[in-house]
Structures are given as C-alpha cells and as structure tokens.
Design a protein around this ligand. Structure first.
Ligand SMILES: Nc1nc2c(c(=O)[nH]1)N[C@H]1C(S)=C(S)[C@@H](COP(=O)(O)OP(=O)(O)OC[C@H]3O[C@@H](n4cnc5c(=O)[nH]c(N)nc54)[C@H](O)[C@@H]3O)O[C@H]1N2
Ligand SMILES: Nc1nc2c(c(=O)[nH]1)N[C@H]1C(S)=C(S)[C@@H](COP(=O)(O)OP(=O)(O)OC[C@H]3O[C@@H](n4cnc5c(=O)[nH]c(N)nc54)[C@H](O)[C@@H]3O)O[C@H]1N2
Ligand code: SF4
Ligand SMILES: [Mo]
Length: 733
C-alpha cells in the first residue's frame, strides 16, 4: 500500500509517497518522490533517507526522567502516566506560586504544523503569553512585518513570474528542493533571475545579474533600487495613487540614498544597482520570494518593509506572476482559530515579555485594536497567526526572565521540537536561563544539547508515524493531507496527547474534547463534510477558489485599508514609520572582519541529522569559509581548526579557503554538535565548541530595534588558528 505523505525532515513539506512495509517498522519504509510526471521531483536526500534517522538507535522511544544533576546524562525510563502526573503537579505548583506567565514554551517549525495550534491553545487557556519560536528568526517575523505593511504575507507566483529576485536565499537540489525546482522551471521558460549575495552562491552562478553586496546591507540596497525606480518613474502610478499611504514622505526618505551612497554602503557598483532595479521593475510581474537573510539583520524590519514597498509600488501585489495574498482556506478550520487567543485575558497579554521594547510580532502590535479590526474586515477573523510568528514573546527577554533578570520570574520551560540552546542568539544566557528553571520538559526525538538539560524528555512521533494537515503554516490557503505510514516507535506519541493529557490533569481537559489527532482533524475538515480519512484518500491538496486583486473589493488589511509605505502602527508605537538605514557600530581593530551565519548543508536540517552515519560520512565536520587573503593574513591553512570571535564569545570549526568568498567576510556554519559524544562531560555533546549561538550577540547594538531579533548577517568578528593540540584532541573524540 502506498501512502501520501508530507515530508517534515525540513519545513518545506514536500509531497512524497511511502510504502507501508509488512514489518510495520519505520526502518523499512521507502520514501519516494510522489509525482515523477512532467516536473522534476520534489524530494531530497533528507527525505529519501529519513527512515534511517527515525529508526536510529539514539532515538528516544520512551519517556525519560532525569535522575542525576542537570546535564549529567543520567536518565530513568518512566511511564507516560508517571511523567505527565509529575509534570502537571510541578507545573500547578509553579503556576500557584508565580502565576501562569511563569510558563514559557519554545516551539519550532519542525512541529508547528502538527501541533495544530494546540500549544497556543494550552497556553492561552492556562494564561501564559510567553510563547517563543525559531520562527522569530525565520519567516514568522517577516509574516508580522508584512501584515503591518499590507495586511497579509503574500506568496510568490513562481509559475507566472517574469523575474525572480533572491536576496541571499539560495535554494539548491538538497535545500528547499521545491523552491529550487520552481526557480529552474521559471528560468527555462525565460524568466530573469537576479541574485544579491556576498558570495557567488549556486543561484548566483546561473543568474542574469549577481550583485555581490556586503553582508547585512540589504536594506540599503533596496533604497538604491527604489531611488532608480522612483527617479525613472518605473513604478505603477495608478496603484501608488490609489492604494498606498505616505508616498511623498517615503520618496523623501528614498532621496536620502543616491546611488553613490548606496554603492559605498553595499559595496555594489552603482551601474549594476541601476541595471538590476530596471530589470526588476520592467521585466513583467516579478517576485522577491521570502528570504531568511533579511529576517536575521540589524535592519531587518526596514529591509522587510522595503521588500514590501518594492512589490507594492511596482504593482506586483496580488496579480498573476506577482505575490499573492491567499488568506484563510474558507473550508478548513484554521490553526489560528483553534489557538483561542481570545481566551487569554488582556491583562495576561500585557505581560508578554519584551513587548514594550520590541513589539512587532508580539500581542502588543499584532493584536492592537487597529490591526485586529483590519484583519477582521478583510479576512473575516481578527486573529491571523501566519507562520505561528504573530503573537510571540521576544526570545531574549524570555531568557532573561528565566534567568531571574525579568519583570517577573519564569520557572517552567517546555521545548517542543526546538533545540533552544542552539536556535537563538546568546547561548550562554540561554544556558543560565535553563539552569535556573524548576521544570524543563523537552518533547523530542533525540537527546539534543537542549534536551540533555531537561527534567523530562517525552518521546515524539515522527512524520512517517502520524496523520497531519499542512497549509504552509497558514501562509497559503492550500491544505494538504499527510497519511500515517507506520505506528509510532516504542511509546512515541503526538503533541496532542501531551497537551490534552496535561490539560486533563490540570483541570481543563474539557477544552481538549477531541479523542486524538484524527478527531481534531475531522473537526477541522467538518465544513467539507468529510473526515480526515476520506479527505486524505480523495485529496492530494485542497485549493479553494482564489480571486486576485482582492483589495479592490475589501481594501488591504491595514488600518488605512491601503499599503502603508508609512506605517501608522509603527508610528503609534513610537518607531520611525518609514524604513531607514542604521549603520553598524565600529568595534575597532579587534573585530576587523564581518561574519554571517548560514549556507545550508545538504545533509542536515538546522541542528538535526548529525547522528545519521550515512550523512555524517558525506559531511564530517563544520567549516568556516574564508577568502584567500583573509586566510593568509590570519595564518590559516586549509582543513585546520580555527576559532571565530565576536563581542559575545567564540566558536570553533575547520577552515575552508574558498575563491568565491569575498575579502573581509567569514561564513560561520549553523547547527553543529557531536551527537556521538557521551552526555555528561560538560561539553553538551560539543555544543559548547561548535554552536554559532555562542557568537550571536543580543545586545542593543546587535539586534533589530522593532523586533529585537539578532543580527546573524554582518556581525563584526575576527578569526585565528587553533593550536595543533586542539586538532589532535578533537581527532581522538
Ligand atoms: N543561532 C542561530 N539561531 C537560529 C538560526 C541560525 O542560523 N543560528 N536559524 C534560524 C532558523 S532559519 C530556523 S528555521 C530555526 C529552527 O529552529 P529549530 O526548529 O530549533 O531547529 P532544529 O535545529 O531543526 O531543531 C529541531 C529539533 O526538533 C527535533 N525534531 C525534529 N522533528 C521532530 C518531530 O517531529 N517532533 C519532535 N518533537 N521533535 C522533532 C530535532 O531532533 C531537533 O532537535 O532556528 C533559527 N535560529
Ligand atoms: N539542506 C538543508 N536545507 C535547508 C535547511 C537546512 O538546514 N538544510 N534549512 C531550511 C531553512 S529553515 C531555511 S530558513 C532555509 C535557508 O536557506 P537559504 O535562504 O538558502 O539560506 P542560507 O543557505 O543560509 O544562505 C543563503 C545565502 O545567503 C548569503 N548571505 C549571507 N549573508 C547575506 C547577507 O547579508 N545578504 C545577502 N543578500 N545574502 C547573504 C550566503 O552567502 C548564502 O549564499 O533553508 C532551508 N533548507
Ligand atoms: S526538501 Fe527534502 S527534507 Fe525538505 S521536505 Fe523536501 S524532501 Fe523533505
Ligand atoms: Mo529557517
């Protein structure tokens, strides 16, 4: 029997197929491309070999209770009942003593599609606003900033676009395969490709134009494009006149960026800036697909708003070949609705950590009366948690409160499919925060460095072991089913069982009335008149009727009903309502270089997968990419170990001297640790050596003002070789 499955080995959720094995064991599942027909298949090695990871000897298949000191690696197997009873008892005590806001939860993209809003539902009913997620640095924050500008997070129409612009974003055959394939197909039918990237990336190699910019300067580059587009009147004048606010003031701001200034900031030749701006504005409908690169900068809010302004003034919003506002699927109950944000009293929303200083994706801004009214007017519901990134607390503020430096204590922390220590900035702070908790619960598949510090690890099912529904995290209105292929290994369970089990023990079990995940999905699909099983049998996807230029009927979901080039909401909260450029601080000769974290590696998703021998053989160790000149100056040799320092700390990796690396820029890899190392030696299985979160600062100089997210692109650093001793010691491990 063949099942339709959505691969969740990364967060792009390819539609694949899987054979149900006679043995019923996940190791015998074969994952294949689902649609080999006319298009190149959307599947990568992480999807094909997922069964290897999920049947791995290190997979956690029973609830574990910590018996030694935190991080000592001493665990005892307990039953689910024992674990949930004790967790509920301890959580109750913390809530009685400190209030429900003393619970913080960090949940990540790997799981959000399967929690189906239940994590927020539990927190809202308990009374805690302190939810954080890895999406604060990836897409969730873009979703929030987009809502401020034009009321939804649009999705690129790759099939009909005449020009595609990649701001750093570099989809590859084994990194976001569907987007890679969509770009290649567009190029084959003649669409133009512009790539803006400090190094010659895979997409830069095949682009019509490649703009090698200094890391972290994307916002300045956008100002350059806007200067050309406005000066040369390449914009859609009718749209600007009828559907935008603040154009004159916006234009004045843009006029502060003559091309020689932009060239100086970005390092890109002025003529190339002009040529590429013209290509974007005049090739026909164009798209700037979402990119995490501008989610992780000191000028992030401005960069994201400038992308929005480009899309809007060029007339590419909600048109064929442009960027389309999907809205909710009217036939399926959305996750946002199940999250019951209305149930969280305003007094508790007001307690959300970090919202005072950095409100963009918090309740304070996303649930402000004007945004709620506008969202209700256009989309029919005042809550719209797109990418689960709206209504979040500010991560650093949560960690500070966990450590004891907040306005009130946070004493219980749940980490749901999230390697918290390594997936935010400032690992030393997160470490202290975790050590100061009375209760840590990890819902995991593996003993990640974060899970190693937990009091309980609850064993999670995997995507091959559960039924599910995906709508691209609320980004699209297309709903796709994922069928369970085998039963969960050992005592692994789904997240619904965790929250409903805890709610029952804490006295609000009636709020989780569904017997299991399937019953919950039946409820979500009830408007279609089918249950999950029928839906999955009959649908590869459910696409509601989509109309374009919806704004002509409803206006945009902003307070003015227009695209707010000048944001009324940012202004109300005391921020510059226009996008702006903020220079990096000069940290002097100790930090003469700039680093960026990133360049995805084929074999691994974020901090995951490093325990899979097949992948580890292909990609054994972490590497810094360094230019020939910088390597010479620092005395670095190919393949030797080195250390990169920022104001916060240092990280170790091997050196890869690359021709295509620009001078003065170091690439720092994300996600490395050594799962093969025994727990309990104090290194958190190598996280204290290789995790980039050790060098990502979160002080005011290194974060975006409006969102408070850290700068992972363009941070000042230095690099130096490590002694031969380190290499020898590492080789023995
Ligand atoms: N310092 C730093 N921080 C970053 C980034 C960075 O580059 N540097 N990148 C940012 C980006 S782009 C993203 S997307 C986020 C990602 O942040 P995270 O989601 O935390 O990323 P992962 O490292 O993949 O951690 C996911 C964890 O979930 C577990 N897991 C996988 N599948 C399942 C499942 O089905 N159930 C359960 N319960 N667990 C599962 C894995 O074992 C892994 O430990 O991090 C962001 N944060
Ligand atoms: N195999 C694999 N695939 C993945 C993932 C994975 O971990 N492994 N993670 C998934 C996730 S969660 C995400 S968010 C995506 C991210 O994937 P991408 O968006 O492709 O991000 P990266 O590969 O980190 O970096 C892409 C490019 O950004 C460039 N760059 C660095 N700094 C800057 C800058 O300041 N400005 C500009 N314009 N460019 C810059 C780098 O040189 C690099 O070529 O990949 C997804 N796909
Ligand atoms: S790109 Fe690879 S890992 Fe990601 S969903 Fe597709 S097959 Fe799975
Ligand atoms: Mo991401």
């Amino acid at each position: 029997m063949i099942k339709k499955v959505l691969c969740a080995s990364c967060d792009v959720h390819c539609q694949v197929s899987a054979h149900v094995p006679d043995t019923g064991l996940v190791k015998d599942v074969k994952v294949r491309a689902q649609n080999p027909a006319k298009y190149k298949a959307n599947i990568c090695i992480k999807g094909i070999h997922a069964p290897l990871g999920l049947s791995h000897e290190k997979r956690i298949t029973h609830p574990l209770k910590r018996v030694g000191a935190r991080g000592s690696g001493q665990w005892e197997q307990v039953s689910w009942d024992e674990a949930l009873n004790d967790i509920a008892l301890r959580l109750k005590k913390i809530v009685e003593e400190h209030g429900p806001e003393a619970l913080a939860v960090s949940e990540s993209p790997a799981i959000v599609q399967n929690s189906m809003g239940m994590t927020r539902r539990f927190m809202n009913l308990l009374g805690s606003p302190n939810y954080i997620s890895g999406v604060a640095l990836c897409m969730g924050n873009t979703a929030a900033v987009n809502r401020l500008t034009y009321g939804w997070f649009p999705f690129p129409d790759f099939q009909r676009a005449e020009c595609i612009v990649l701001f750093g974003h570099d989809p590859k055959p084994h990194s976001w395969t569907p987007i890679y394939n969509a770009i290649r197909r567009a190029q084959l039918r003649g669409a133009k490709l512009i790539v803006i990237d400090p190094r010659e990336s895979e997409n830069a190699k095949v682009a019509d134009l490649w703009l090698p910019l200094n890391p972290g300067t994307d916002a300045a580059l956008c100002f350059g494009w806007l200067k050309v587009i406005i000066d040369e009147e390449l914009y859609d004048k009718d749209f600007v006149a009828n559907w935008t606010t603040g154009f004159e003031e916006f234009k004045e701001r843009v006029n502060e960026f003559p091309l020689d200034r932009v060239a100086k900031i970005t390092g890109v030749d002025a003529d190339l800036i002009a040529q590429s701006a013209r290509m974007y504005a005049t090739s026909g409908p164009a798209v700037i697909p979402w990119t995490p690169i501008t989610d992780q900068q000191r000028n992030s809010t401005s960069a994201i708003r400038l992308h929005g302004a480009l899309r809007a003034i060029c007339g590419f919003l909600d048109v064929p070949g442009g960027e389309i506002m999907h809205g909710f699927n009217p036939d399926v109950i959305s996750e946002t609705e199940l999250e019951v944000h209305d149930e969280l009293p305003q007094a508790k929303r007001d307690l959300q950590l970090g919202a005072d200083k950095h409100p963009v994706f918090t309740y304070k801004m996303m649930a402000s009366p004007e945004i709620r009214a506008a969202t209700k007017r256009v989309w029919g519901n005042e809550w719209a948690n797109i990418i689960s990134g709206n209504y979040m607390a500010h991560p650093t503020s949560v960690f500070k409160a966990m450590k004891g430096d907040g306005p009130y204590p946070v004493k219980a922390f749940f980490t749901i499919a999230n390697n918290t220590l390594m997936s935010y900035a400032n690992m030393p702070l997160i470490h202290e925060a975790l050590l100061n908790q009375d209760l840590i619960v990890a819902f995991e598949q593996f003993r990640s460095p974060t899970a190693q510090l937990a009091d309980y690890i609850l064993p999670s099912d995997s995507w091959l072991e559960r039924n599910g529904l995906s709508d691209g995290f609320g980004w699209t209105s297309i709903v796709r089913p994922s069928q369970k292929v085998v039963n969960p290994a050992g005592e692994c369970r789904g997240i619904y069982q965790v929250w409903s089990g805890l709610a029952k023990r804490m006295g609000f079990g009636e709020q989780f009335p569904w017997k299991n995940e399937e019953a919950l999905m039946d409820h979500r699909l009830s408007k279609l008149g089918m249950n999950f099983e029928d839906f999955a049998e009959t649908h590869a996807m459910h696409i509601p009727k989509m109309t374009l230029k919806k704004y002509e009927k409803t206006g945009f979901a902003t307070p003015s009903g227009k695209v707010e080039l000048k944001s009324s909401v940012l202004e109300k909260f005391g921020f510059d309502p226009l996008p702006y450029w903020r220079e990096d601080p000069d940290l002097g000769p100790d930090f003469p270089l700039k680093m960026f974290v990133g360049v995805r590696e084929d074999e691994y998703f974020q901090t995951g997968h490093r325990h899979i021998e097949k992948f580890r053989k292909r990609n054994t160790e972490p590497y810094f990419f360094v230019s020939v000149k910088d390597a010479d100056e620092a005395g670095l040799t190919q393949g030797n170990w080195a250390e990169v320092f920022t104001v916060l700390g240092s990280v170790k990796a091997k050196v890869d001297i690359q021709e295509q690396m620009p001078e003065g820029v170091i690439r720092v890899p994300h996600g490395w640790w050594d799962p093969e190392r025994e727990e309990g030696d104090g290194s958190l299985s190598g996280a204290w050596e290789f995790a980039d979160s050790q060098i990502c600062p979160d002080d005011d100089d290194h974060i975006d003002r409006e969102q408070g997210i850290p700068q992972l692109k363009g941070t000042a650093c230095r690099i130096q070789p490590l002694s031969a001793d380190y290499s020898a010691k590492y080789a023995q491990k």
